[in-house]
Design a protein around this ligand. Structure first.
Ligand code: UD1
Ligand code: MG
Length: 457
């Protein structure tokens, strides 16, 4: 961490035209949350004091996604230098480090940002610390990135040349500008005031500040980052690439934390998924937002979970759908084709096959038979079903809420329960069974005769 205080300006005024979307570009999600929020979470980790997000006019969804952080509106998209000027105005006088980041480059790591801040403090042999630190990288395809011109002897950054303004020799340079920079906050306003738009794009280039710092006798440094963390998202294709990078990192993190993923590339995590030790996740499982899984849990293939908490030793799936508010106690079993929504299953409860339970409590060790449905919605309101500990619900039962099934009660298969059942009672609501002795043959004889008659006509 740097000795100086740090503020951040995040540029996010771009329309993201290539996304072809009604949503501001930086609001598109990666791992279940807007990409801008990934970046802001990383800034929180490095203890940034103040953040200003530079937004375009009319981006209310973005303003609320970044709240309570400050936003500043850039009305004319006149270039990165102009955008930073807008950010600096909102920041007010700030003498520490000012980090400049792009909202559409969301996967930058905490380590890389710390390396940049440390470089700002770096004063070898009593030299003055660099007033600008630029994050460079060497992409496989340098394409149209700005190129970093570096002194071959001491590695000092001499200038940044935008691709459109670069000579053929400069375009040969492999070291590129990621766009992330760290400035001496005291110098930055002065550099910005000198920018002009006399260049190929007719924009105010932030990158020109490097040359101004050099003119004033200050040094500029380069820190190098990884291409993967610096991926910029400008299109849906790049969004998918960023998702792959993010998911791979999550899979690694989960495995390092003690979970087994049998086929990692088929498991998808949310940014906030938590897995305990000795969790086994089978192939093709998807975690939505807000899932916490305790130790020794197995999640079998093709399950989909969101807003769910699972305690130790439970088993889920295959093909289970756990929706928000599903709370599974220790050693609970949820089997195939079971959908749960806003349900608490207490210790050892079992719902093994083909059920829908919504707005319910299932007591410890209760057994819910195949095909049980809680009828929780009457078309207007939701109602609760309460099933006591040790109760047994026979297969294909409909529990019409609001309804209470007492502890240890037994519901006969195929029942439709509309009234409360006392603890330890047995209840059945189906019609009595009638057996007509030998009737099957008599019935068939009659039908065969009817068919013969029809043929003769
Ligand atoms: C910029 C850099 C280039 C670098 C590249 C890395 C400059 C002049 N060039 O070029 O050296 O290699 O990024 O991706 O800085 N933005 C605003 N307001 C504006 C203009 C841009 O908020 O008026 C935001 C955009 O939303 C985007 C970021 O700044 O998030 C970069 O802008 P972009 O136009 O993509 O810059 P590049 O031409 O790619
Ligand atoms: Mg760009």
């Amino acid at each position: 961490m740097s000795k100086k205080k740090t503020a951040a300006i995040v540029l996010a005024a771009g329309l993201g035209t290539r996304m072809k979307s009604d949503l501001p570009k930086v609001m598109h999600p990666i791992g279940g949350r807007p990409m801008i929020n990934h970046l802001l979470a990383t800034l929180d980790k490095i203890h940034v004091e103040q953040t200003v997000v530079v937004v375009g006019p009319d981006m209310p969804s973005l303003e609320s996604a970044v709240a309570p952080r400050k936003t500043a509106v850039q009305f004319d998209r006149a270039g990165t230098g102009d955008a930073v000027r807008v950010g600096v105005e909102a920041l007010g006088a700030f003498k520490g480090n000012v980090l400049i980041l792009y909202g559409d480059t969301p996967l930058i790591s905490e380590q890389t940002l710390n390396a940049m801040l440390e470089a700002r403090d770096n004063t070898p042999d009593g030299a003055v610390a660099p007033s600008v630190v630029v994050l460079g990288f060497e992409p496989m395809d340098p394409g149209a990135y700005g190129r970093l011109v570096v002194d071959e002897e001491d590695g000092e950054l001499l200038s940044i040349v935008e691709f459109n303004d670069a000579s053929p020799e400069e375009r040969e340079i492999g070291l590129c500008n990621s766009g992330v920079m760290c400035f001496d906050g005291q110098m930055l306003p002065q550099f910005l005031s000198r920018l002009n738009n006399d260049n190929a794009k007719g924009e105010y280039y932030l990158t020109d500040c490097v040359a101004f710092a050099r003119e004033d006798g200050f040094s500029c440094a380069v820190v190098e980052g990884d291409e993967e963390e610096l991926i910029g998202v400008n299109s849906r294709v790049e969004l998918a690439q960023a998702e792959v990078i993010f998911q791979d990192a999550m899979r690694d993190k989960m495995m390092k934390g003690g979970a087994t993923l049998i086929d990692p590339s088929t498991v998808y995590f949310s940014f906030d998924t938590k897995l305990g030790r000795d969790v086994v996740v089978e192939p093709n499982v998807q975690f939505g937002r807000g899932v916490k899984v305790g130790d020794r849990v197995t999640i079998k293939g093709f399950s989909h979970l969101e807003g769910t908490t699972i305690a130790g030793g439970a088993s889920v799936g295959p093909f289970a759908r756990l929706r928000p508010g599903a709370e599974l106690g220790e050693d609970v079993k949820v089997g195939n084709f079971v959908e749960l929504k806003n349900v608490t299953l207490e210790h050892g409860a079992k719902v093994s096959h083909l059920s829908y339970l919504g707005d319910a409590r299932v007591g410890a060790d209760a057994n819910i038979g195949a095909g049980t449905i809680t009828c929780n919605y009457d078309g207007f309101l939701k109602h609760k079903t309460d099933i006591g500990a040790g109760a047994f619900i026979g297969s294909n039962s409909a529990l019409v809420a609001p309804v209470v099934i007492g502890d240890g009660a037994i519901v006969g298969a195929g029942s439709t329960i509309t009234r409360d059942v006392d603890a330890h009672d047995i209840v059945t609501t189906r019609a009595d069974q009638k057996n007509a002795r030998g009737a099957a043959e008599r019935f068939r004889d009659k039908k065969r005769a009817e068919k013969e008659l029809l043929k003769k006509d």
